[in-house]
Ligand binder design. Structure first.
Ligand code: FMN
Length: 184
């Protein structure tokens, strides 16, 4: 049996530099000259500690780094309840026991591609652990929404909600403390 970390995180790896017109939104982490998402940093820690494989949930649509444009696109997707097509097929989950699902809060919700994943992935019989990054507005209704959607999965009711204003070191510490709490 194995573990999987499935996560959505911006910046998009296909467009890491953005268009230079706006400041990157909060929650971007710089490491060795490259820009990482907060959720990406959290996912890397979980994968390392739990020896999990990773799957990055990406919409086929390439999101801009320009925050104003991203805001408009993501808001419209949420209002329409879009289920964007995913860029990569969902990995084989047959032997996966624990799934760690990570997402940033977008408009008091998860990005719509996370729901595309949840609708497509067969999570029956698996333990599902949620971890999210947010700019201090919390997880809103996402724990309940995801618990309702992930039919047949046992959704752990202690999600990790990390502030995007933490440093990489603080984030790592929060993730490790949370893993001990939920997973022993
Ligand atoms: C389009 C958009 C909408 C956001 N909406 C929220 C929100 O509703 N509540 C919140 O706390 N943070 C919100 N944020 C902040 C992100 O959740 C935060 O920056 C997070 O760390 C991003 O994770 P990432 O860098 O892995 O993508 C939003 C960010 C973006 C880009």
């Amino acid at each position: 049996m194995s573990n999987l970390v499935a996560y959505f995180s911006h910046p998009d790896p296909f467009n890491p530099e953005g268009d230079g017109e706006s400041e990157p939104p909060s929650g971007y982490v710089q490491r060795d000259g490259s820009v990482l998402g907060t959720v990406q940093v959290m996912a890397e820690v979980i994968a390392k500690v739990t020896h999990a494989s990773t799957y990055r949930i990406q919409s086929k649509r390439i999101y801009p780094s320009n925050f104003k444009i991203l805001e408009q696109i993501s808001k419209a997707e949420k209002q329409r309840g879009d289920r964007p097509e995913l860029r990569e097929p969902i990995p084989d989950l047959k032997d996966v026991e624990n799934v760690f699902l990570g997402y940033p809060m977008w408009w008091m919700d998860a990005p719509m591609a996370v729901y595309s994943f949840l609708e497509k992935a067969d999570l029956k019989g698996k333990e599902l652990y949620l971890f999210a990054a947010q700019s201090d507005y919390g997880l809103a209704g996402t724990l309940k929404t995801i618990t309702d959607m992930a039919k047949g999965a046992k959704v752990n009711q202690t999600p990790l909600s990390a502030s995007c204003y933490l440093t990489i070191e603080q984030l790592q510490q929060e993730v490790i403390a949370w893993l001990y709490k939920v997973n022993g």
